[in-house]
Ligand binder design. Structure first.
Ligand code: PMV
Length: 329
Protein backbone atom coordinates (compact mmCIF):
# COMPACT_ATOMS: atom_id res chain seq x y z
CA UNK A 1 0.00 0.00 0.00
CA UNK A 2 1.20 3.48 -0.89
CA UNK A 3 2.02 5.81 2.02
CA UNK A 4 2.15 9.57 1.63
CA UNK A 5 2.16 12.92 3.35
CA UNK A 6 0.50 15.88 1.69
CA UNK A 7 -0.11 19.60 2.24
CA UNK A 8 -1.44 22.47 0.13
CA UNK A 9 -0.45 26.13 0.44
CA UNK A 10 -1.43 29.41 -1.18
CA UNK A 11 0.92 32.36 -1.67
CA UNK A 12 0.28 35.73 -3.25
CA UNK A 13 2.46 37.30 -5.88
CA UNK A 14 4.14 40.57 -4.99
CA UNK A 15 5.08 43.78 -6.76
CA UNK A 16 8.41 45.34 -5.87
CA UNK A 17 8.44 49.10 -5.32
CA UNK A 18 12.23 48.90 -4.87
CA UNK A 19 13.52 46.22 -7.21
CA UNK A 20 15.89 43.32 -6.80
CA UNK A 21 18.14 42.97 -9.85
CA UNK A 22 21.47 41.13 -9.68
CA UNK A 23 23.02 38.75 -7.13
CA UNK A 24 26.26 38.74 -5.20
CA UNK A 25 25.92 34.94 -4.97
CA UNK A 26 24.02 33.37 -7.88
CA UNK A 27 23.53 29.90 -6.38
CA UNK A 28 22.29 31.16 -2.98
CA UNK A 29 20.46 34.06 -4.63
CA UNK A 30 21.98 36.57 -2.23
CA UNK A 31 20.87 39.87 -3.77
CA UNK A 32 23.10 42.81 -4.71
CA UNK A 33 20.63 45.18 -2.98
CA UNK A 34 17.72 45.11 -0.56
CA UNK A 35 14.19 45.44 -1.93
CA UNK A 36 10.64 46.33 -0.90
CA UNK A 37 7.35 44.94 -2.13
CA UNK A 38 3.66 44.67 -1.54
CA UNK A 39 1.88 41.32 -1.74
CA UNK A 40 -0.95 41.19 -4.25
CA UNK A 41 -4.24 39.97 -2.84
CA UNK A 42 -6.15 37.77 -5.27
CA UNK A 43 -3.11 37.10 -7.49
CA UNK A 44 -1.88 33.78 -6.22
CA UNK A 45 -0.46 30.30 -6.70
CA UNK A 46 -1.89 27.25 -4.98
CA UNK A 47 0.46 24.32 -4.69
CA UNK A 48 0.03 20.86 -3.23
CA UNK A 49 3.01 18.70 -2.42
CA UNK A 50 2.55 15.00 -1.72
CA UNK A 51 5.62 13.03 -0.62
CA UNK A 52 5.01 9.39 -1.66
CA UNK A 53 6.91 6.20 -0.94
CA UNK A 54 6.06 4.74 -4.38
CA UNK A 55 7.63 7.40 -6.63
CA UNK A 56 11.05 6.91 -8.20
CA UNK A 57 11.30 10.59 -9.21
CA UNK A 58 9.67 13.92 -8.44
CA UNK A 59 6.74 14.83 -10.66
CA UNK A 60 5.19 18.24 -11.17
CA UNK A 61 2.45 19.97 -13.09
CA UNK A 62 1.64 23.68 -13.49
CA UNK A 63 -1.92 24.57 -14.45
CA UNK A 64 -2.49 20.92 -15.36
CA UNK A 65 0.50 20.68 -17.74
CA UNK A 66 3.37 18.33 -16.85
CA UNK A 67 6.67 20.04 -16.01
CA UNK A 68 9.84 18.45 -17.46
CA UNK A 69 13.54 19.22 -18.02
CA UNK A 70 15.12 22.31 -16.43
CA UNK A 71 11.98 23.61 -14.70
CA UNK A 72 11.37 20.17 -13.08
CA UNK A 73 15.02 20.05 -11.94
CA UNK A 74 14.59 23.48 -10.35
CA UNK A 75 11.56 22.24 -8.38
CA UNK A 76 13.40 19.03 -7.41
CA UNK A 77 16.47 20.93 -6.22
CA UNK A 78 14.20 23.14 -4.16
CA UNK A 79 12.49 20.15 -2.56
CA UNK A 80 15.97 18.74 -1.79
CA UNK A 81 16.70 21.75 0.47
CA UNK A 82 13.60 20.91 2.51
CA UNK A 83 14.12 17.13 2.41
CA UNK A 84 17.61 17.70 3.81
CA UNK A 85 16.09 19.48 6.82
CA UNK A 86 13.58 16.70 7.51
CA UNK A 87 14.91 13.98 9.76
CA UNK A 88 11.98 11.69 8.99
CA UNK A 89 10.83 9.21 6.42
CA UNK A 90 9.04 11.50 3.96
CA UNK A 91 12.38 13.29 3.75
CA UNK A 92 13.56 10.29 1.69
CA UNK A 93 10.52 10.19 -0.56
CA UNK A 94 9.95 11.78 -3.96
CA UNK A 95 7.03 14.12 -4.39
CA UNK A 96 4.09 14.84 -6.63
CA UNK A 97 3.72 18.63 -6.99
CA UNK A 98 0.57 20.22 -8.43
CA UNK A 99 0.62 23.96 -8.87
CA UNK A 100 -2.01 26.33 -10.25
CA UNK A 101 -1.78 30.08 -10.89
CA UNK A 102 -4.86 32.26 -11.18
CA UNK A 103 -2.96 34.64 -13.52
CA UNK A 104 -0.86 34.27 -16.70
CA UNK A 105 2.73 33.11 -16.06
CA UNK A 106 5.86 34.65 -17.53
CA UNK A 107 4.58 38.14 -18.37
CA UNK A 108 5.67 40.52 -15.66
CA UNK A 109 3.45 39.34 -12.83
CA UNK A 110 5.96 37.41 -10.79
CA UNK A 111 4.72 33.80 -10.95
CA UNK A 112 8.00 32.48 -9.56
CA UNK A 113 7.50 34.55 -6.38
CA UNK A 114 4.13 33.07 -5.47
CA UNK A 115 5.12 29.66 -6.87
CA UNK A 116 8.25 29.16 -4.76
CA UNK A 117 6.65 30.66 -1.66
CA UNK A 118 3.69 28.26 -1.96
CA UNK A 119 5.97 25.32 -2.83
CA UNK A 120 8.21 25.99 0.19
CA UNK A 121 5.32 26.24 2.64
CA UNK A 122 3.43 23.21 1.25
CA UNK A 123 6.58 21.04 1.23
CA UNK A 124 7.70 22.15 4.71
CA UNK A 125 4.21 21.40 6.08
CA UNK A 126 3.97 18.02 4.36
CA UNK A 127 7.37 17.12 5.84
CA UNK A 128 6.26 18.22 9.32
CA UNK A 129 8.99 20.86 9.55
CA UNK A 130 8.33 23.57 12.13
CA UNK A 131 10.01 26.56 10.44
CA UNK A 132 9.72 30.20 11.46
CA UNK A 133 8.46 32.69 8.88
CA UNK A 134 11.99 34.02 8.61
CA UNK A 135 13.46 30.56 7.92
CA UNK A 136 10.77 29.85 5.36
CA UNK A 137 11.46 33.17 3.64
CA UNK A 138 15.19 32.31 3.34
CA UNK A 139 14.32 28.90 1.89
CA UNK A 140 11.82 30.35 -0.59
CA UNK A 141 14.62 32.73 -1.70
CA UNK A 142 16.71 29.76 -2.88
CA UNK A 143 14.00 28.95 -5.47
CA UNK A 144 13.43 32.52 -6.62
CA UNK A 145 14.69 35.69 -4.94
CA UNK A 146 11.38 37.51 -4.97
CA UNK A 147 9.67 34.44 -3.44
CA UNK A 148 11.31 35.39 -0.12
CA UNK A 149 8.99 38.44 -0.14
CA UNK A 150 5.81 36.41 -0.76
CA UNK A 151 6.18 34.51 2.53
CA UNK A 152 5.38 37.39 4.95
CA UNK A 153 2.23 39.50 4.47
CA UNK A 154 1.49 43.10 3.50
CA UNK A 155 4.39 45.49 2.91
CA UNK A 156 7.67 43.63 3.02
CA UNK A 157 11.40 44.32 3.07
CA UNK A 158 13.98 41.76 1.96
CA UNK A 159 17.26 42.26 3.79
CA UNK A 160 20.38 41.67 1.70
CA UNK A 161 22.25 39.46 4.22
CA UNK A 162 25.76 38.06 3.81
CA UNK A 163 24.70 34.44 4.46
CA UNK A 164 21.75 32.18 3.61
CA UNK A 165 20.18 32.59 7.07
CA UNK A 166 20.64 36.38 7.12
CA UNK A 167 19.01 37.01 3.75
CA UNK A 168 15.25 36.95 4.38
CA UNK A 169 12.19 39.15 4.04
CA UNK A 170 9.92 40.46 6.77
CA UNK A 171 6.78 42.52 6.96
CA UNK A 172 7.07 46.17 8.08
CA UNK A 173 3.37 47.07 7.71
CA UNK A 174 0.26 44.86 7.59
CA UNK A 175 -1.99 44.71 4.47
CA UNK A 176 -4.58 47.07 5.99
CA UNK A 177 -1.94 49.75 6.69
CA UNK A 178 -2.68 51.42 3.34
CA UNK A 179 -5.22 50.30 0.73
CA UNK A 180 -2.94 50.90 -2.24
CA UNK A 181 -4.30 49.25 -5.37
CA UNK A 182 -2.17 47.73 -8.08
CA UNK A 183 -3.90 48.02 -11.45
CA UNK A 184 -1.93 45.58 -13.56
CA UNK A 185 -2.27 46.61 -17.19
CA UNK A 186 -1.65 43.47 -19.23
CA UNK A 187 -0.41 44.09 -22.77
CA UNK A 188 1.04 40.64 -23.47
CA UNK A 189 0.52 37.14 -22.12
CA UNK A 190 3.52 35.71 -23.99
CA UNK A 191 6.29 34.05 -22.01
CA UNK A 192 9.22 36.46 -21.66
CA UNK A 193 12.26 35.77 -23.81
CA UNK A 194 14.83 36.18 -21.01
CA UNK A 195 13.80 34.89 -17.60
CA UNK A 196 14.84 36.73 -14.47
CA UNK A 197 17.42 34.12 -13.34
CA UNK A 198 19.31 34.75 -16.57
CA UNK A 199 18.64 38.49 -16.27
CA UNK A 200 20.12 38.72 -12.75
CA UNK A 201 23.31 37.07 -14.03
CA UNK A 202 23.63 39.83 -16.68
CA UNK A 203 23.12 42.76 -14.28
CA UNK A 204 26.86 43.06 -13.61
CA UNK A 205 27.58 43.53 -17.32
CA UNK A 206 25.94 46.96 -17.25
CA UNK A 207 28.42 49.77 -16.49
CA UNK A 208 25.59 51.36 -14.47
CA UNK A 209 24.89 48.50 -12.02
CA UNK A 210 27.45 49.60 -9.40
CA UNK A 211 25.88 53.05 -9.22
CA UNK A 212 22.40 51.52 -8.96
CA UNK A 213 23.44 49.27 -6.09
CA UNK A 214 25.33 52.07 -4.29
CA UNK A 215 22.25 54.31 -4.37
CA UNK A 216 19.80 51.54 -3.40
CA UNK A 217 19.87 52.11 0.41
CA UNK A 218 18.75 55.71 -0.14
CA UNK A 219 15.85 54.69 -2.40
CA UNK A 220 14.93 51.92 0.04
CA UNK A 221 14.78 54.32 2.99
CA UNK A 222 12.72 56.83 0.99
CA UNK A 223 10.26 54.16 -0.13
CA UNK A 224 9.82 52.67 3.33
CA UNK A 225 9.25 56.14 4.83
CA UNK A 226 6.69 56.99 2.12
CA UNK A 227 4.75 53.78 2.77
CA UNK A 228 4.84 54.20 6.56
CA UNK A 229 3.67 57.85 6.17
CA UNK A 230 1.14 56.96 3.44
CA UNK A 231 2.75 59.75 1.41
CA UNK A 232 1.73 58.97 -2.17
CA UNK A 233 3.68 61.75 -3.86
CA UNK A 234 6.95 60.66 -2.26
CA UNK A 235 6.17 57.04 -3.05
CA UNK A 236 5.42 57.77 -6.73
CA UNK A 237 8.70 59.59 -7.20
CA UNK A 238 10.92 56.87 -5.77
CA UNK A 239 8.94 53.95 -7.29
CA UNK A 240 9.22 55.29 -10.84
CA UNK A 241 12.85 56.25 -10.30
CA UNK A 242 13.72 52.75 -9.08
CA UNK A 243 11.86 51.01 -11.93
CA UNK A 244 13.50 53.29 -14.52
CA UNK A 245 16.96 52.64 -13.05
CA UNK A 246 16.44 48.86 -13.16
CA UNK A 247 15.31 49.00 -16.80
CA UNK A 248 18.35 51.18 -17.51
CA UNK A 249 20.53 48.32 -16.22
CA UNK A 250 18.63 45.82 -18.34
CA UNK A 251 18.97 47.95 -21.49
CA UNK A 252 22.69 48.64 -20.99
CA UNK A 253 23.92 45.12 -20.18
CA UNK A 254 25.58 42.71 -22.58
CA UNK A 255 23.46 41.41 -24.22
CA UNK A 256 20.99 44.25 -23.61
CA UNK A 257 17.46 43.36 -22.51
CA UNK A 258 14.48 45.42 -23.62
CA UNK A 259 11.29 44.24 -21.95
CA UNK A 260 9.08 47.17 -22.97
CA UNK A 261 6.60 47.07 -25.84
CA UNK A 262 5.15 50.20 -27.47
CA UNK A 263 2.03 49.75 -25.29
CA UNK A 264 4.24 49.75 -22.18
CA UNK A 265 5.53 53.22 -23.03
CA UNK A 266 2.02 54.40 -23.84
CA UNK A 267 0.93 53.45 -20.32
CA UNK A 268 3.97 55.18 -18.77
CA UNK A 269 3.02 58.42 -20.56
CA UNK A 270 -0.63 58.12 -19.53
CA UNK A 271 0.32 57.56 -15.88
CA UNK A 272 2.58 60.64 -15.91
CA UNK A 273 -0.21 62.73 -17.48
CA UNK A 274 -2.77 61.54 -14.96
CA UNK A 275 -0.45 62.34 -12.05
CA UNK A 276 0.24 65.80 -13.43
CA UNK A 277 -3.53 66.24 -13.58
CA UNK A 278 -3.75 65.39 -9.87
CA UNK A 279 -4.48 61.65 -9.75
CA UNK A 280 -2.49 59.54 -7.27
CA UNK A 281 -1.05 56.93 -9.65
CA UNK A 282 2.50 55.80 -10.52
CA UNK A 283 3.98 52.98 -12.57
CA UNK A 284 6.47 50.19 -11.95
CA UNK A 285 7.51 47.48 -14.40
CA UNK A 286 9.13 44.07 -13.78
CA UNK A 287 10.96 41.84 -16.27
CA UNK A 288 8.16 41.98 -18.83
CA UNK A 289 6.01 44.40 -20.83
CA UNK A 290 3.06 44.67 -18.41
CA UNK A 291 2.72 47.76 -16.25
CA UNK A 292 1.79 47.83 -12.58
CA UNK A 293 -0.04 51.09 -11.93
CA UNK A 294 -0.10 51.74 -8.20
CA UNK A 295 -3.01 53.91 -7.12
CA UNK A 296 -4.05 55.56 -3.88
CA UNK A 297 -7.55 54.39 -2.88
CA UNK A 298 -9.30 57.51 -4.22
CA UNK A 299 -7.74 57.26 -7.72
CA UNK A 300 -8.64 53.70 -8.74
CA UNK A 301 -12.08 54.34 -10.23
CA UNK A 302 -10.77 57.18 -12.41
CA UNK A 303 -7.53 55.51 -13.53
CA UNK A 304 -8.97 52.12 -14.52
CA UNK A 305 -11.20 53.28 -17.44
CA UNK A 306 -8.35 55.45 -18.76
CA UNK A 307 -6.08 52.40 -18.91
CA UNK A 308 -8.77 50.27 -20.55
CA UNK A 309 -9.28 52.94 -23.21
CA UNK A 310 -5.66 52.72 -24.41
CA UNK A 311 -5.03 50.62 -27.53
CA UNK A 312 -3.48 47.19 -26.97
CA UNK A 313 -4.56 46.68 -23.35
CA UNK A 314 -5.78 43.11 -22.99
CA UNK A 315 -6.94 43.30 -19.41
CA UNK A 316 -6.56 45.33 -16.23
CA UNK A 317 -6.26 43.27 -13.08
CA UNK A 318 -6.87 44.83 -9.69
CA UNK A 319 -5.04 43.83 -6.52
CA UNK A 320 -4.91 45.30 -3.04
CA UNK A 321 -2.27 44.48 -0.41
CA UNK A 322 -2.28 40.75 0.30
CA UNK A 323 -1.56 38.63 3.36
CA UNK A 324 1.16 36.06 4.02
CA UNK A 325 1.54 32.59 2.50
CA UNK A 326 -0.87 30.19 4.23
CA UNK A 327 -1.55 26.48 4.46
CA UNK A 328 -5.01 25.76 3.07
CA UNK A 329 -5.16 21.95 3.43
O1 PMV B 1 12.78 36.54 -8.09
P1 PMV B 1 13.10 36.70 -9.52
O2 PMV B 1 14.35 35.98 -9.89
O3 PMV B 1 11.93 36.33 -10.41
O4 PMV B 1 13.42 38.24 -9.82
C1 PMV B 1 12.48 39.26 -9.75
C2 PMV B 1 12.97 40.45 -10.49
C3 PMV B 1 12.00 41.61 -10.62
O5 PMV B 1 10.66 41.17 -10.63
C4 PMV B 1 12.28 42.30 -11.96
C5 PMV B 1 12.21 42.64 -9.52
C6 PMV B 1 11.68 42.28 -8.15
O6 PMV B 1 12.30 42.72 -7.17
O7 PMV B 1 10.64 41.62 -8.05
Amino acid sequence: MMTSQKATARAFSNIATIKYWGNIDESLRLPANGSISMNLDGVYTETSVEFRDDLAEDRASIDGKPVTGGPLERISRHLDHLRKLAQNQPGNWRAEVKSANNFPAGAGIASSASAFAALSLAAATALGLALTERELSSIARLGSGSASRSVPGGFVEWHVGATHAESFAESFAPPDHWQLTDLVAIVSRAHKATGSTEGHALAGTSPLQNARVAHAPERLARCKRAILDRDFEALAEVVELDSNIMHGIMMTGNPPLLYWQPETIGIMHLVRQLRTAGLAVCYTIDAGPNVHCLCAPNAVEQVKPKLLALPGILEVREAKPGGPAIVIK
